[in-house]
Design a protein around this ligand. Sequence first.
Ligand SMILES: NC(=O)CC[C@H](N)C(=O)O
Length: 371
Amino acid sequence: MTAVLVLEDGRVFHGIPYGAEGETFGEMVFNTGMTGYQETLTDPSYHRQIVAMTAPHIGNTGVNDEDPESSRVWVAGYVVREPARVSSSWRADRSLDDYLKGQGVVGIAIAGTRALTRHLRERGAMRAGVFSGAALAPVEELLERVRRSPAMEGADLAEAVSTAEPYVVPAIGAKRFTVAAVDLGIKSMTPHRMAERGCEVHVLPASSTAADILALNPDGVFFSNGPGDPATADGPVEALRGVLAAGVPFFGICFGNQIFGRALGLGTYKLRYGHRGVNQPVQDRRTGKVEISAHNHGFAVQAPLEGRFDTPYGPAEVSHVNLNDDCVEGLRLVDRPAFSVQYHPEAAAGPHDSAGLFDQFCALMKGSKGA
Ligand SMILES: NC(=O)CC[C@H](N)C(=O)O
């Protein structure tokens, strides 16, 4: 049994099938997390991406029914070095291999995940395909198929992963706030983290307008993470502008941070290979404190790192910066209750250094209710 991973620039890795057999296409990216493969697989932000894990053993603790971040696997394909032969955890309900097969996710085990990662680090994320079983063909032909597949730049994907209908996540304990959360690919831990803090979270489809959002008379508005190129998200940017103009407290995560940036008049750009993992050092510019944080982004906001800049909603500033590459990791309005981060305070697999950002959102809602 063989399988092959073909990158758009002609680099080829041979291996054995893992999960389902067949063919799949997507943007080839790598994730450096040592834990949390279930959360990675089910994160809707990975829609149309083939994810390679740099941790050499994957599947060791199997798969359980509690940890998924959504109702299905979203990665387009999965690349591992050595799949676990046994699932060793009292929480495991099935093996990762069976889970991937059951969800039709085409994967491959290759010896060279390190070589693949170094290649992507030098050349950048690029289109790729994984082929096995009946899909196998001469490499030149597979390469043609990869080169015909769509690129991530310019991809508008949020509506494909968003909820079709609004739903409510009730507050845990006494209700303190009503939050309107726009689902651009939301992970289930995000409304849960807010519900734990007394928020009743109304999750709304990605196509929601400012009028739809404000009709709930929310104490705060949240825009989630999500797949695709933020430069395409004109609808959510328009909706957020309406929310900001109304002065309702706002918090955004990841795609939400990029949309906030665009709403403020900033541009976004594609990073060479992105940040995906659970060990990224981010500095809070105001306190100097460094958080180790979970990331999954291939794009970033372009903003002046020093000082304040003008926006239609008053002065704004970069609140957080990545210490590895100086990339913008957070934005805030200086005089209005609105902020966002490019990383993941909800981080179900950890780390939890930035969980306090949800408390900051609650404090803004409390302040504005009292005002
Ligand atoms: N996790 C996210 O929200 C990712 C946002 C965007 N799709 C990016 O890759 O940068």
